[in-house]
Design a protein around this ligand. Structure first.
Ligand code: NDP
Length: 236
């Protein structure tokens, strides 16, 4: 039977790099994002029998139907990566409620919904989940209180779920990246931030992806938060 890995947010950025590594390792991939065309292009570039699905993780109906479709076309999903995420950075007093809600719904509720949907299969067969958090969820940052809340919440959620389902041979871990070169950070001036990063640069998506794949495949690690930030945590 194929090893099937669903990567939410797999069309671009960190999720895309995870999908590349997992494809190289022989997994069958489901590449999932809101933009089906971009997800299809990514799935096609992986060079195997991988499939793309359109889903907004903030919508429960989307998540449920996507799992049904994935299981129909790929078989049971035994590996899950939650890399879908957005940021709407601003000082709290200027943050619109709708921006708080969209970050909560995408970054936190979305991962909760995909994990819940994945349980149906994983409870029977075991499984491995990696949720992509953020160093900001652990350390906090000016202008990112709402985003930080979603990512801090993701740690509490993941560690609780890890305890809840360990006896079913399901593992749940978190990777917490620092500044990584993706569309999300494209507008940031690296020169301005890198003085706080001991390794002196933003990270690459593949450098995070290696950590995600390590946790996906580590049979005796669960409830862990693996920071991949070039040492940023040491200075902020
Ligand atoms: P990108 O913006 O490059 O990619 C985001 C991905 O998530 C895309 O595939 C996007 O596709 C998808 N996505 C966004 N919203 C939704 C949604 N509602 N439903 C389904 N898919 C969605 O971001 P990164 O790769 O940089 O970020 C990936 C994760 O890593 C995020 O959770 C982010 O918070 C986190 N992170 C990133 C850091 C960085 O420096 N880049 C640092 C720390 C954490 P589409 O738009 O088509 O839906």
């Amino acid at each position: 039977m194929d090893k099937v890995c669903a990567v939410f947010g797999g069309s671009r950025g960190i999720g895309r790099a995870v999908a590349q590594l997992m494809a190289q390792k022989g997994y069958r991939l489901a590449i999932i994002s809101r933009n089906l065309e971009v997800a299809k292009a990514t799935a096609g570039e992986l060079g195997g029998n991988h499939l793309a699905f359109r889903c907004d993780v903030a919508k429960e109906q989307d998540v449920q139907s996507t799992f049904q479709e994935m299981e129909k076309h790929l078989g049971p999903v035994n590996f899950l990566v939650n890399a879908a995420g957005i940021n709407r950075d601003s000082l709290l007093v200027r943050t619109k409620t709708e921006d708080m809600i969209s970050q909560l719904h995408t970054n936190l509720l979305g991962s909760m919904l995909t994990c819940k949907a994945a349980m149906k299969t994983m409870i029977q067969q075991g499984g491995s989940i990696v949720n992509v958090g953020s160093i900001i969820g652990l350390k906090g940052n000016v202008g990112q209180s709402a985003y930080s809340a979603t990512k801090g919440g993701l740690v509490g959620f993941s560690r609780s779920l890890a305890k809840e389902v360990a006896r079913k041979k399901i593992r749940v871990n978190v990777v917490a990246p620092g500044f990584i070169r993706t569309d999300m950070t494209r507008h940031l001036k690296e020169e301005h931030f890198k003085k706080n990063i001991p390794l002196g640069r933003f990270g690459e998506t593949l450098e995070v992806a290696h950590a995600v794949v390590f946790l996906l495949e580590s049979p005796y690690i669960t409830g862990h938060v693996l920071i991949v930030d070039g040492g940023l945590q040491l200075t902020v």
